[in-house]
Design a protein around this ligand. Sequence first.
Ligand code: NAD
Length: 295
Amino acid sequence: MTEIIDGNEVAQGIRDGLVAGIDDLTAAGTTPCLATVLMNNDPASQTYVSMKHKDCEEVGIATRDIELDPEAPAAELFDTVDELNADPEVHGILVQMPLPDHVDEREVLRRIDPAKDVDGFHPENVGRLVAGNARFKPCTPHGVQKLLAAADVETEGADAVVVGRSNIVGKPMANLLIQKADGGNATTTVCHSRTDDLEAKLRAADIVIAAAGVPEMITGDMLSADTVVIDVGINRVETDEGSELVGDVDFESAKPKAKAITPVPGGVGPMTRAMLLWNTVKAASAESGVDVRLP
Ligand code: NAD
């Protein structure tokens, strides 16, 4: 029987596991606090930011909600980041992407204090991750690791295939899988839009992590029996009834082949949100010197 890995349930476990640490930090005078900065009018980004605030509220993490005019000069965003960096009550800073064209995204990521970079995208934190000394693991691949652990999937010695090489998912995912650490020690192949014979790579995999952003591109006939399939993709597609969210994996055809599989929605998505809380608590713990147990 194929196991359907329930991301909502695993994420709830992470949130529940964070509460004691948040309470301890708050009792010691440090309420963990996440600041979000939104500089676009995109309704999807606005929804993501408001969900992050709601998630924080539910577990007792304080929030700051900063919205900047998308037409404002880049300097306004840099000043905002500088102020948040200097604010001792703020532990995590998240600048919601995308940014307007006139703002250099890389410059913004470099500007965030690496100790408050709860997305894990600052070059210093990227370097630390690659060197096996991560401070903040990026939320989506970290969430995937937690899902694999929750489903008792052994990564050590496994052949893993990551489809996608983005800086936010594919590359950090591959880096975590090759680390000499729990949730790592996998022999990892990274596939991308120029990969020759993707199917052959997929068929040789014990674990497939799909993060290509192409609706249902991986079908059951491309997989060997008993593959563990983690679908990071979130794609909105038009249907006769309106629209729906689908992953990068064709769930119906992949499910009978898979040993375990994540659904979309309800798989990786809730984990990404939960791991942002995790990183914020980690940041507050490091800043305050109050050690807390992280789930
Ligand atoms: P991206 O567009 O930055 O990167 C996609 C990658 O897939 C690229 O590296 C590209 O080379 C590769 N790719 C594209 N087409 C391919 C093909 N036909 N064969 C093989 N590789 C191909 O996307 P991203 O930001 O990494 O996001 C990937 C998907 O994951 C998107 O659907 C996105 O919405 C979703 N996502 C989900 C979460 C979550 O929390 N579940 C978080 C981030 C991204």
